[in-house]
Design a protein. Structure first.
Length: 480
């Protein structure tokens, strides 16, 4: 059975068709489109949501001509739109702001004047990050939430416009820090404490339901399926786990999301002290993980170099330059909060390298810049992996890496060396694969996620890496 997955990342989107075969899921890219958040006249960063929606629909229309029988959409978390159900489809109240808009930071103090951080964390279990929906809403003082409006996170907004079906997926909603991690519904106590009207929040649905038919005539008879609309939730479904109790998972794209899939975990003080998050997944699971900077800084540098060169530098060339660059020459603090804001470049990153007096040399050496970014990712991932294992009380034998970063062999070998674990890399398009698995389950083609994972393990792109070097240089780098 052929289905279509619209998978939206923070710098680009894609529509792929996915076939269910005896040799595992088979993907065919239909369209790929780039976008960036844009500053409006007020200096706020927002998404070109109308352009993104049109690109998704155009890709799905092509997928329909190729025989796709249903579709589902997933995207990053926390960002939302507000709609008036009585208004024409395609309209929304105000912009869809980007999570990287620094304006949201003012919402943290507003929220914590009304509900203590320990109480919020104990209920919702979400890491304290200014990007969270709860802080975005507080920063806006609920200006767009009125009696006749409904909040929809981005993929559910796209699904609504395309089908007319109002629905909020639990995996996406859980990133908001407004959902009770135990009940898997909006928390009445948190909404009340913050003065957010409960009428603006639809009951949450679990992944795996067929939502309805598409309204666009180009998508005739293509039903919209409620897959896990949070891309990391779909990516976890698309990870070829054998035993979730023996594995760590790293979703490595714009963000580096390192953690585990569990069914019996709730917020604790130890997890709160490490600012670990409890996002909700398919089949009643919880993604217990840490949010770290991923390939974002590399993409920002590539964007800056493209402006200088007039053409985007080839990623393979940059990786090779990084391989040839001197190890550990520069130490980059990739987790500096200022580096989460849009507009980064080698010049802005240079303010955070530990080696003084060599800023201009570092900025001019693209291999050194890329190596510094990748080393920083590996150092922090390895550190967080150990901390998560300490909270769980036991080590994990394997590290599954999915997402765009999994296609870089050098990076995968570094992760194996830094963690001392077997690294199982792939699939690259794990979110699209997981999205498709839930669609097949909704259509009765699969009995569940585990059957889907058994097929994913057959995909030829899956690669294994084993430790070859000492962990010590990576441990030492944590303290530089």
């Amino acid at each position: 059975m052929r289905v279509a997955a619209a998978d939206l990342g923070a710098t680009s989107g894609r529509v792929v068709t996915v076939d269910l075969t005896d040799n595992g899921p088979s993907l065919d890219e239909v369209s790929r489109f780039r976008y960036v958040s844009e500053q409006n006249e007020e200096g706020r960063w927002q998404w070109p949501i109308d352009t993104i929606y049109a690109s998704v629909l155009d890709g799905l229309a092509e997928a329909a001509t190729r025989g796709a029988q249903s579709w589902a959409v997933d995207s990053w978390g926390v960002d939302f739109g507000v709609v008036q159900p009585a208004a024409p489809l395609g309209t929304h109240v105000g912009p869809v702001y980007s999570y990287r808009d620094p304006f949201h930071g003012r919402g943290v103090s507003i929220v914590e004047e009304r509900i203590t951080w320990p109480d919020l964390y104990n209920t919702c279990g979400i890491a304290r990050m200014p990007i969270n929906t709860v802080y975005q809403l507080a920063a806006e003082h609920t200006a767009r939430l009125s009696d006749d409006t409904v909040l929809l996170h981005m993929p559910d907004l796209i699904g609504y416009w395309a089908s007319g079906v109002l629905a909020n997926d639990v995996t996406q909603a859980s990133t908001s820090s407004l959902v009770d991690v135990r009940s898997r519904q909006w928390s009445p106590s948190v909404l009340h404490a913050l003065g957010f009207p409960a009428s603006n929040f639809l009951p949450l649905s679990e992944p795996g339901l067929i939502r309805g038919e598409s309204l666009d005539p180009r998508l005739a008879r293509m039903h919209l399926v409620g897959a896990p609309t949070h891309d990391t939730a779909s990516a976890f479904v698309g990870t070829p786990l054998v035993d979730r109790n023996e594995a760590l998972i790293l979703s490595l794209g714009t963000w580096a999301l390192i953690g585990v899939e569990a069914t019996d975990i709730v917020p604790t003080q130890a997890a709160r002290d490490l600012n670990l998050t409890h996002e909700l997944g398919a089949d009643g699971t919880v993604r217990f993980l840490s949010n770290l900077q991923g390939m974002w800084l590399l993409e920002e540098c590539r964007r800056w170099w493209a402006q200088q060169d007039g053409v985007s530098p080839d990623l393979a060339d940059l990786i090779e330059a990084a391989r040839l660059s001197t190890p550990w020459k520069y130490a980059l603090d990739s987790e500096a909060p200022e580096l989460a804001e849009p507009g980064q470049s080698p010049i802005t990153l240079a303010n955070w390298i530990a080696t003084a007096g060599e800023v201009s040399v570092w900025c001019a050496d693209r291999g050194a810049v890329v190596r510094s970014i990748l080393e920083a990712i590996v150092v922090r991932v390895a550190q967080r992996a150990r901390e998560i294992e300490e909270v769980l009380g036991a080590p994990r034998a394997t590290l599954h890496v999915v997402g765009g970063g999994s296609r870089i062999p050098m990076l995968m070998q570094w992760l194996a060396d830094a963690t001392g674990k077997e690294v199982i890399a792939g699939p690259v398009e794990a979110a699209a694969v997981g999205n498709a698995v839930i669609q097949w389950q909704a259509h009765g083609q699969l009995r569940g996620v585990e059957e889907g994972r058994s097929l994913i393990r057959l995909m030829p792109e899956i690669r294994r890496y084993f430790p070859e070097g000492s962990m010590e240089p990576w441990r030492e780098a944590e303290h530089r």
